[in-house]
Design a protein around this ligand. Structure first.
Ligand code: THU
Length: 163
């Protein structure tokens, strides 16, 4: 029998002010992205912003639907926009934030497994890791590079793409 242990690594900052200017700007873009959140059911707004190598910013927000499973998370809204429209302009950073009037959010909101899996796919596609910034408004900020930190058991099978 072998017992395995996996360590993950991320950096915590006390507030947005501790980040460098570029990272602060992309976090603020994630906040702006929440303006177009369509979340009448959960009342939980999520915003995601991608900073591309060219400097272009892509915003995404959660889009809910009366047929609940038809909705989509903010991260995938932004990431699929990138895949459909800007696949040759590598993603450097994704910033994610959330807000609800219903309760206080005191720590960063972490992306769901499906969104992390989509980040993993695009890291492979572009051949470079993403800087992932989880921004809690008026709270701490968690930063890591490479989705493996948050999804060590991401699914990927080289032989599916090699054929
Ligand atoms: N949501 C996201 O947009 N991103 C995540 O990573 C987790 C959850 C959205 C989906 C739904 O609209 C709302 O948050 C409540 O689950």
């Amino acid at each position: 029998m072998i017992k395995h242990e996996i360590k993950i690594a991320f950096t915590e900052y006390n507030s947005l002010a501790e980040l460098d200017t570029a990272d602060q700007i992309i976090c603020r873009e994630a906040v702006k992205a929440m303006e177009h959140s369509h979340s009448p059911y959960s009342k939980f707004k999520v915003g995601a912003a991608l900073l591309l190598e060219s400097g272009k910013v892509i915003r995404g927000s959660n889009q809910e639907n009366a047929a609940y499973p038809s909705g989509l998370c903010a991260e995938r809204t932004a990431l699929f926009n990138w895949g459909a429209n800007h696949p040759d302009d590598p993603i450097q950073t994704i910033a994610i934030t959330a807000h609800t009037d219903n309760f206080d959010i005191l720590k960063p909101v972490t992306p769901c497994g499906s969104c992390l899996q989509v980040m993993a796919e695009y890291e492979k596609k572009q051949g470079a890791p993403l800087k992932i910034i989880l921004y809690c408004i008026d709270g701490p900020v968690w930063v890591t590079t490479g989705v493996a930190s948050f999804l060590p058991f991401m699914f990927f099978e080289e032989r599916l793409v090699a054929q």
